[in-house]
Design a protein around this ligand. Structure first.
Ligand SMILES: *Cc1c(COP(=O)(O)O)cnc(C)c1O
Length: 338
């Protein structure tokens, strides 16, 4: 048995998803003529109470398009220092948008409204212009933590009062929604643009959506095209997204519960210094100095349990669709024995 906790991106399309993909009507999406892509875009726009949405190959692209929509050269984005936009997009904000980034040190990946307010720069020639705030929900490097709707609304108010665009990197937003019971449109109403990923816990092989107003999405299409993201018969991929949204949202609760079980097991171990609050499907723990993280990862690997390093002495476990009860029981038992 192989238990892969490396990421929720490792899931493979199920037979049911594959058959749905094969039966999808397709067309040329660069002409806007792929009915399945159009259906997916309409479905997600309506879900979040926005006018339009754009299907893209990755969440990096949807975030990078958002940065280009909301900033100009000599401007800056405010985000938390663990944000995907800063950590994992190859410095794309600078490359694609020629803007700067203003990092806030939050707690478990989350910024407070007061910190965002304090980070906004005054308008001097020698300072970049603050134009955009981006938050991540859930926060990957924070350990799958999430903002409450009230916390996000407070940041929204700071953005509104200072004419800043507000973007949500919601790669794993549905893992949050199944916990809080919030309706997607409540979240939709807070943001100018939202990025959601279909290829994380939702289990589609490819795809993300950028959600926003008609005019912003019309501009976004140009950015997608210039980044090489205009796809032709993309309905085959969009169909996987429709299937995932129809069948794989509610079950994310199972992933979240399994993550809590793993967190509860780890916290008992003498070699675990702390476990970050387990709020969704991610578990990040820091190990004591005496147990080097590379050794822990190798010891787990020897038992066919795969995890990744997330910082100098930290490891990350992510639960997902392709795990089952037997795998979780096995991993829990093996951790107990260590
Ligand atoms: C995965 C992820 C993305 C997008 O990643 P891609 O691999 O480019 O699809 C964006 N933000 C967060 C928080 C993520 O976890």
């Amino acid at each position: 048995m192989l238990v892969n906790f490396k990421s929720d991106t490792v899931t493979k399309p199920s037979q049911a998803m594959l058959s749905y993909m094969l039966s999808a009507p397709v067309g040329d999406d660069v002409f806007g003529e792929d009915p399945t892509v159009n259906a997916l875009q309409d479905k997600t726009a309506i879900m979040f109470g926005h006018e339009d949405a754009l299907f893209c190959p990755s969440g990096t692209m949807t975030n990078q398009i958002a940065v280009q929509l909301h900033t100009t050269p000599l401007a800056e984005i405010i985000c938390e220092e663990d944000a995907h936009i800063y950590q994992y997009e190859t410095g794309g904000y600078a490359y694609n948008a020629r803007c700067a980034i203003n990092l806030v040190k939050g707690r478990f990946g989350k910024m407070q409204a007061g910190q965002v307010q304090a980070a906004i720069k005054q308008e001097y020639d020698w300072l970049p212009l603050t134009k955009m705030v981006s938050i991540e929900n859930s926060c990957n490097r924070g350990g799958g933590t999430y903002y409450s709707i009230d916390e996000a609304a407070e940041i929204r108010n700071v953005c509104r009062d200072n004419q800043l665009a507000f973007h949500l990197d919601g790669a794993r937003l549905f893992n949050v929604l199944v916990e809080t019971g919030d309706k997607p449109e409540i979240w939709g109403a807070l943001f100018d643009t939202i990025s959601i990923c279909l290829s994380k816990g939702l289990g589609a092989p490819v795809g993300s959506l950028l959600i926003g107003s008609k005019s912003q999405i019309a501009r976004a299409r140009r950015f997608r095209k210039v980044m090489g993201g205009g796809m032709r018969q993309a309905g085959i991929l969009a169909a996987a997204g429709i299937f995932a949204l129809d069948h794989h949202i509610d079950r994310l609760k199972v992933d979240n519960n399994r993550a809590k079980m793993i967190g509860a097991e780890l916290i008992n171990k003498g070699f675990v210094k702390n476990v970050r609050p387990v709020m969704t499907n991610i578990v990040i723990c820091d190990l004591v100095e005496e147990y080097p993280v590379q050794k822990f990862i190798a010891d787990l690997d020897a038992k066919n349990i795969q995890v990744v390093q997330m910082g100098p002495q930290a490891v990350r476990f992510v639960t997902h669709l392709d795990l089952n009860d037997a795998m979780i029981d096995y991993a829990l038992a093996e951790i107990r024995k260590m």
